[in-house]
Design a protein around this ligand. Structure first.
Ligand code: 13P
Length: 302
C-alpha cells in the first residue's frame, strides 16, 4: 500500500487538464485513475495469484506509469482495486509496498451499530482501504439504494478519510426517453449534497484539496456488463455535463475533479475514451478480473 500523503488523490493539489467547466489552465492535467471493481468475483487463491501478476506487470511496465515515480503530480495512473469485503485484508497485504490502493465496494453510513451484514467506513479504513464506491448501479438495483442514502454513505466515507467514488448513470429506458441529463443531475446533486466539499464547506478547503475529496464515475447502466460501450463522444458529453454539475453543486473548481468512465471498458476501447478531454480514467468491471487486460487498460491510460 502506498498513499502516505502526496501521491494520489488523497494528497490533493491536482491540476486540471482539458476542456470544460472550472478549468485551471492548459498543459497540466488531472490525476488519472484506473480502478478495478471485482464485484462478487474471485476466491482467496485466485485473488492472491491476481495480485502477484498485477505487481509483476506493473513492475515490468515503465515506472512512469505509476504515481510517485514522476515529480509531476498530474502524471502517471493511480491504480485502485475494489475487492469484495472478505478479500480486502489479504489484497491489502498482497499489494503492500506497491502503488496500488484498495477500496470497499460499499459502506453503511453509520460508524457502528446493529446493522447486520453491513460494513462501516472506519472498518474499511482499519482494513487498509483508501477508497469507497458509493451508489454503484448494482447497489441501487439490488438493494434499492436511494440518492439520499448514497449521499449519507458518501459523507461517511469522506469523514473517515476514504475517497468516495460516486457512481452515476442512466438506464437504457431513461436514455431513450431523453432523461439522461435529468437523471445525472439528480444523482449528482443529491449524492454530493452532504459532502464536505459541497458549497459552504468548500470555502474552508483549498481548491485542490476539495477537488481531491471526491471522484465521480459515469457508468451508464446500459453499458455495464453488456459489451455495449458508450462511444467516446457520448462519454465526453456526459462527463462535460457532470463536470459542470459538480461545480454548481459543490462550489469546487470542478476542473480538478477526476471523472471516470465505466461500462464494458476493454483494452480495445480504452484508448478512444481516454483521449476525450473530460475522461480521466476508468472504473472497470469484467475486464479487471483478468490482470492482463487490466494492465493493458492501465498502460493506455497514462
Ligand atoms: P463492466 O466493465 O463489466 O461493464 O462493469 C462496469 C462496472 O460496473 C464497474 O463498476
Amino acid at each position: 500500500m502506498s498513499g502516505e500523503g502526496g501521491g494520489g488523490p488523497h494528497g490533493g493539489g491536482e491540476a486540471p487538464r482539458g476542456g470544460s467547466a472550472g478549468n485551471g489552465g492548459p498543459g497540466a492535467r488531472r490525476r488519472r485513475i484506473v480502478a478495478g471493481n471485482w464485484k462478487m468475483h474471485l476466491l482467496g487463491a485466485a485473488a492472491a495469484a491476481y495480485c502477484a501478476e498485477l505487481r509483476r506487470g506493473l513492475a515490468a511496465a515503465d515506472g512512469s506509469a505509476l504515481t510517485p515515480a514522476s515529480p509531476d503530480p498530474g502524471a502517471g495512473v493511480q491504480v485502485v482495486l475494489f475487492p469484495s469485503f472478505p478479500l480486502i485484508p489479504a489484497v491489502v497485504r498482497d499489494l503492500a509496498g506497491s502503488e496500488v490502493e484498495v477500496g470497499g465496494q460499499d459502506l453503511h453510513p453509520a460508524e457502528r451499530g446493529a446493522h447486520t451484514g453491513d460494513v462501516s467506513a472506519p472498518q474499511l479504513a482499519d482494513a487498509g482501504c483508501r477508497w469507497a464506491l458509493c451508489g454503484h448501479s448494482e447497489r441501487r438495483r439490488d438493494h434499492g439504494e436511494s440518492d439520499e442514502l448514497i449521499a449519507r454513505k458518501l459523507a461517511a466515507a469522506a469523514r473517515h478519510g476514504l475517497t468516495p467514488v460516486l457512481c452515476v448513470g442512466e438506464t437504457r429506458e431513461q436514455r431513450e426517453a431523453g432523461e439522461t441529463f435529468a437523471v445525472l443531475e439528480r444523482q449528482l446533486r443529491t449524492g454530493l449534497a452532504s459532502h464536505p466539499a459541497a458549497a459552504g464547506a468548500a470555502v474552508a478547503l483549498a481548491a485542490g484539496t476539495a477537488a481531491a475529496l471526491v471522484v465521480v464515475a459515469y457508468e451508464p447502466v446500459w453499458a455495464i456488463g453488456t459489451g455495449l460501450t458508450a462511444s467516446p463522444e457520448t462519454a465526453q458529453e456526459a462527463h462535460d455535463f457532470l463536470r459542470r454539475g459538480i461545480c454548481s453543486a459543490t462550489g469546487v473548481a470542478a476542473g480538478g475533479v477526476t471523472l471516470l468512465y465505466g461500462g464494458s471498458v476493454t483494452p480495445a476501447n480504452a484508448a478512444g475514451l481516454i483521449a476525450q478531454p473530460d475522461v480521466d480514467g476508468f472504473l472497470v468491471g469484467g475486464a479487471s478480473l483478468d490482470p492482463g487486460q487490466f494492465l493493458a487498460i492501465i498502460a493506455c491510460s497514462g
